[in-house]
Design a protein around this ligand. Sequence first.
Ligand SMILES: *Cc1c(COP(=O)(O)O)cnc(C)c1O
Length: 387
Amino acid sequence: MDEKRTVYLDYSATTPVKPEVLEQMIPFFTQNFGNPSSLYQQGLYAKMAVEEAREKVAALINAEPREIYFTGGGSESDNWVLEGIADQLKNKGKHIITSKIEHHAILHTCAYLEKHGFDVTYLDVDKEGFVTPEVLEAAMRDDTILVSVMAVNNEIGTIEPIKELAEVAHKHGALFHTDAVQAVGNIPIDVKEMGIDMLSMSSHKIYGPKGEGGLFLRKGVRIGSFIHGGAQENGKRAGTENLAGIVGFGAAAELARKNLDNHIANLTKIRNHIIKRVTEEIPDVTVNGSLEHRHPGNANFTFKYIEGESILILLDSMGVSVSTGSACSSKSLEPSHVLTAIGVDVESVHGSIRMTVGDMTTMEDADYAVDCLKKVVARLREISSLC
Ligand SMILES: *Cc1c(COP(=O)(O)O)cnc(C)c1O
C-alpha cells in the first residue's frame, strides 16, 4: 500500500461537527456565556439563542417550538419518554409494545420497566427488518398505553412504516413514540403528517455536538419531569442549559433541513456504488435490510466464513473505520440482536459489517474502502480455509 488514507465510514455511530455549526457555537462559550435564566441582557440574549435553536429543531420535523424539549441526547430522550409515559398512564394500563430491533436505549429502558411491573411485548420483524402494521395490530390490547417503534434502524437502515404503525396505536387508544435518531436529517420527518405523539432525536448524529438531543412531545401529551430542579425546559428538564450545545444542535438542524434533498441524493449515490461493487466483486456476501426503504447512507453486509470483528480490525489498519454487527468487541460474544431478529443464521451472524456514509464521504473514499475490503475479505478467507 502506498500512502495511507483515512476513510471514516461510521456516520451512524457519530458525525463530525460541521464547521458552520462550530462557528455558531463558539461565541456561546466565551462572549455570550450568560445563563438563560438570568434577567439582565446577557441572560436574555442566551435565552433568545435557546429559543431560536428550538425553532430550528422544530422546523426540521414540522413541530411547534413549544413541543421541543432539549435533553442530553438520544438515550436520555428515550429513557425519559418511556419512563415518563409509563408512569403517567400506569393507572390506565401497564402494557407497552416495542420491537425486537430497537436501540438499547429503548430495550434496556423497557427491561427496567418490566422489573417495575410493566408488561412489554417485543414485536418480531420480517426478513428485511420491517415491523408490519398487521403484527402490531395483533399485539394491541385493551391495556396497551404506549407503542414505541424506531423510525430507521441504526444497524441495517430499514425505514419503518411509522405513519401506518401510529394509526394502529391510535385506533386502540395508545400513544405512539418513535426513536428517530437515525431518521431525522436523513429522511423527511413530519410529526403532524405521520401522526407521531413523541419523538427522540440526537444532535451528534446530524453534524451537531455530542451530549445534546431533543424530545418532541405533541401538545396535549402529559409527562412528568425527568430532572427535578429549576424551571428550565418548561420545568420538565431542570439544570442550566447546555447553551453552546443547544445552539449547535439548532444550527445543525437548520442545515439538515435546508440540505435534505441534496444530502439524500449524494449519500444514496455513494452508498449504492458501495453496495454494487461489494456484491459484484466479492463472492458469498449478502446485503442486510431493505434495499427499497433504507437510510440513504447505510450499507450492511454479511460475509460468509469470516468474522466481522477481524474485518473491522484489518480495515482499521488500512485507515478505514466501519462498525460490526457482532459485539465481541464490546466484551460480550452476543451476536447483534438486530441481525438475529431478521433471521441471519448463527454461522453468518458474526460475519457482518456496517458501512455508513455521510456528507464528507467522497466517491474516492468509497472506492478506496471497497478496494481495502476486497483484500481483507480475500485474506481472511484464505486463512479460515487453512484452519
Ligand atoms: C445513537 C442512537 C441513540 C443514542 O443517541 P445518543 O445521543 O448517542 O444518546 C438512540 N437511538 C438510536 C437509533 C441511535 O442510533
